[in-house]
Design a protein around this ligand. Structure first.
Ligand code: 5AD
Ligand code: SF4
Length: 452
């Protein structure tokens, strides 16, 4: 495989992007070279997502495009990685002959062998799931990031078995990565001048390695690297540790931002979804977050139109979102997935039109909440970590507040990777606009008592 070029196209969640960086590392250690487009590559990989039907259809379409590319270039290899691998295997390899290689999320170390099999003229498949694999010893190669913020995967798989979710089937059982290998990776990032790390897992707060839990891990990382910011995604409301809230409140470099998926605001619906909390318990958790971390920013995931959803249950979701006033929400129409409890036991019986209408109502309400929340930011000062040039203008920079809001401001003398104190002057539902005050640091910015 020496000197062959490869290109990875990634779909789905942050975990998938982190996995592609692990695959980069594995391929580059074989002497393969990453390129920036499919057209230049000897091997094209698509890292896939199965979470909803439309995520899968995008990948199918893309694979068909690559098939045409293959017709004109006989030696081109195409591979499917990630969550669709298990399902795709039969359909793609046997029926449609779209790809040469199929690799599930726990089998990436096997890619070099699989590529060799393909070179010998065979189709190669490994979709075995593992109880141990965490890729702990592999240093991910971040070829496409901004050089400032990075993802670090701390655990894999999920044991929650929410009724709607395919992840336990595509990614297997939960397992955590050793603390020292996580800290080693953060240390490498620190040496490479990265300023922000998001710790990733399908269920991060159930991180447990030997006697180290998630709060302990956050404590270690944030005290070792006080000028790096730490975020995490995604926790589950059922076992959110209160000591973590106190730790976030007291450590300036643990970001005051929590993504806390509710999925629904109705207790009867949550029960059907097999989410082990009620609306009331969820709201108690939110109150606790706000009491312990003043000014904490919250975001959520919501599903509209899950099985048997009544109009009242939908209204309960609307009212929960209205009560919490999330700063951000990822909102989806329910999409039935094979093998899940919902697919086996319930009926996907909310008509498509009703799902869409409910989703639209949810999104519309959320946009107006965000607009209102963001207006309140005008006049406040935030410490913004600059991630790069703004998409709209070369003369402007774009970065994020501790509370995860995107801020755009004039470039002046500031650079990517700088922490800049910015005063907010204007806002939309998605972005804050500000004026830079001065270059700062976490230690300096948060030591000023006037910070509100
Ligand atoms: N249909 C729609 N949305 C889903 N999600 C998970 N499974 C489904 C599904 N079958 C959403 C959940 C989850 C987010 C990552 O995707 O809200 O938190
Ligand atoms: Fe998609 Fe879920 Fe797999 Fe991430 S874990 S790629 S969201 S199916």
């Amino acid at each position: 495989m020496m000197n062959k070029t490869f290109y990875i196209e990634t779909y789905g969640c942050q975990m998938n992007f982190a996995d592609s960086e692990v695959v980069n590392s594995i391929l580059m250690s074989q002497g393969m070279l990453p390129v920036q487009s499919a057209e230049e590559a000897d091997v094209i990989f698509v890292n896939t997502c199965s979470i909803r039907e439309n995520a899968e259809s995008r990948v199918w379409n893309r694979l068909k495009e690559f098939r045409s590319l293959k017709k004109s270039r006989g030696d081109l290899m195409v591979g499917v990685l990630g969550c669709m691998a298990e399902r795709v295997r039969e359909q793609i390899i046997d029926k449609e002959k779209l790809v040469d290689i199929v690799v599930g999320p726990d089998a990436y170390r096997d890619i070099p062998n699989l590529l060799a099999e393909v070179e010998d003229g065979r189709k190669a498949v490994n979709v075995l799931l593992s109880l141990e694999e965490t890729y702990a010893d592999i240093s991910p190669v971040r070829t496409s990031g901004n050089g400032v913020t990075a993802f670090v995967s701390i655990m894999r798989g999920c044991d929650n078995m929410c009724a709607f979710c395919v992840v336990p089937f595509t990614r297997g059982r939960e397992r955590s990565r050793p603390l020292e290998s996580i800290l080693r990776e953060i240390d490498e990032l620190n040496h490479q001048d990265y300023k922000e790390v998001t710790l990733l897992g399908q269920n991060v707060n159930s991180y447990k390695f030997e006697n180290i839990d998630f709060t302990h891990l956050m404590d270690e990382a944030s005290s070792l690297y006080p000028e790096m910011r730490f975020r995490f995604s995604s926790p589950h409301p059922k076992d959110f540790p209160e000591p973590l809230l106190h730790l976030i409140a007291e450590r300036p470099n643990l970001c005051s931002y929590i993504h806390i998926p509710a999925q629904s605001g109705s207790s009867s619906m949550l029960e059907r979804m097999k989410r082990p909390y009620t609306r009331e318990q969820y709201l108690v958790l939110i109150d606790k977050m706000r009491a312990i971390i003043p000014g904490v920013s919250l975001s959520t995931d919501i599903i509209a139109g899950f099985c048997d959803e009544t109009e009242q249950e939908h209204l309960d979701t609307m009212s929960l979102m209205h009560a919490v006033e999330y700063d951000l929400a990822y909102m989806f129409a329910y999409s039935e997935r094979e093998r899940t409890l919902a697919q086996r036991k319930y009926e996907d019986n909310v008509p498509e039109k009703v799902k869409k209408r409910r989703l639209t109502e949810i999104i519309r309400q959320q946009m107006s909440i965000q607009e209102k929340n963001n207006k309140k930011e005008i006049g406040r000062r935030h410490l913004v970590l600059v991630e790069g040039t703004s998409k709209r203008s070369d003369q402007q920079l774009s970065g994020r507040t501790d509370t995860n809001k995107i801020v755009v401001f004039d470039r002046e003398k500031y650079l990517k990777g700088d922490y800049v104190e910015v005063e907010i002057t204007d806002s939309t539902s998605a972005t804050l606009i500000g004026t830079p005050v001065e270059k700062s640091s976490i230690a300096r910015f948060y030591s000023v008592p006037a910070y509100a």
